[in-house]
Design a protein around this ligand. Sequence first.
Ligand code: IMP
Ligand code: MG
Length: 169
Amino acid sequence: MTIHTLINENDLKNRIKELATQIQNDFNNEEIIFVCILKGAVFFATELAKSISSSIILDFMKVSSYSGTQSTGKLSFALDISQDIQNKNVIIIEDIIDTGRTLSYLKKYFKEKNPKKLKICTLLDKKERREFDIEPDYTGFNIPDKFVIGFGLDYDEKYRNLPFIGYLE
Ligand code: IMP
Ligand code: MG
């Protein structure tokens, strides 16, 4: 198996800077809580945060999907955020949207906490695979239906530290 490059390091950096500018403008330089979805979104969230000059508060959430005997994998929290988000600006930061299950669940969960604004930002989107009705507010790249690795994304916990997005073939 060889690793092929889908999005190189330079294109990632440039696109993340563009997203940062867009977010900063949309939020009028107000403080934003980044809810980074572990583990995959860590590289993206920190890179994005570094390109924003207004105040960013980092928080983390870990969701596990256990498939059990059913194919409709149920989600559970392995780690919840550590602060009250009521009346705060919140952006959920995700590495990739696939079926949309994770984010449609998380969006409902956070909406109930009455944030001032709630947005979704994903580095990658595999639109073809969508099964749940969820649309991100900010997307880095739309990608074809390939299993990708790198820049936080893993295959069996490996390859997260690749500085680019690749796929195995
Ligand atoms: P969803 O709930 O089906 O949208 O799945 C989203 C999660 O599946 C992501 O947060 C990733 O952890 C994982 N995932 C989906 N596609 C890929 C991929 O191509 N590479 C690595 N992880 C992926
Ligand atoms: Mg993930």
